[in-house]
Design a protein around this ligand. Sequence first.
Ligand SMILES: Nc1ncnc2c1ncn2[C@@H]1O[C@H](COP(=O)(O)OP(=O)(O)OP(=O)(O)O)[C@@H](O)[C@H]1O
Ligand SMILES: Nc1ccn([C@@H]2O[C@H](COP(=O)(O)O)[C@@H](O)[C@H]2O)c(=O)n1
Length: 212
Amino acid sequence: MIVTIDGVAASGKSSVASGVASALSIPYVSSGLLYRAATLLALEAGTSLSDAPALLSLLGAAPLRLEPLAGGNRIYLDTPDCPRELTADAHTSAVDAGVSALAQLPQLREWVNARLRALTPPFVAEGRDMGTAVFPQARAKFFLVASPRVRALRRVKERVGDVEAVEQALIARDEQDQLQSHPAADAQIIDTSDLDLAGVIAAVMAGVQERA
Ligand SMILES: Nc1ncnc2c1ncn2[C@@H]1O[C@H](COP(=O)(O)OP(=O)(O)OP(=O)(O)O)[C@@H](O)[C@H]1O
Ligand SMILES: Nc1ccn([C@@H]2O[C@H](COP(=O)(O)O)[C@@H](O)[C@H]2O)c(=O)n1
């Protein structure tokens, strides 16, 4: 079984995916973490985020390993001499600001999608195009939205920041991600603005049970 949870930036995809995956006793897979890790490595190496061949060459030499657990995804660079966990560094403002440029490149999308499709179900997959491009066969599909202000207020509770600036950055990232971020025709759209996390998880679980 595959359940997909897509949505706009900071709409609660990973928190909801984690809750749903725990309720179903299966892992969840964060596709965004692969885009983020690729961006982090490119920024650190000084590789242009729009140079697909250079990025693919960099990633070809980088033994990245995604650990998809129900409680939270982690990503590692498994170099034999200096193994390193990248998860925290992949969630900085610098990565937030650069990731959409890399994610626009079809070759990089294929690189990520190949890794996702190699995973063995069951799992909950979260991102932007899980229900449309990557797992169109998924049993149940959801697309989360919430107002930019609500998302910014939630984000500043977890990372220090100015609400206005965070809101503008979220709006900018939504615009840059527009091409790949839309609900599948058979997805249930959930506006989480007035729901708490438990309420969103319950709504998704109800939708999953309907399709069992
Ligand atoms: N319904 C909700 N009510 C209150 N807080 C929420 C809700 N959903 C998510 N949050 C909080 O909002 C923040 C962003 O959620 P989360 O990181 O899951 O979003 P995301 O869509 O995965 O983000 P990103 O697109 O940046 O990866 C987190 O602090 C999370 O706890
Ligand atoms: N399926 C996806 C997932 C992510 N992206 C890009 O990665 C960025 C970070 O994703 P988060 O889910 O961690 O916010 C996102 O802004 C997109 O640029 C994507 O294109 N497709």
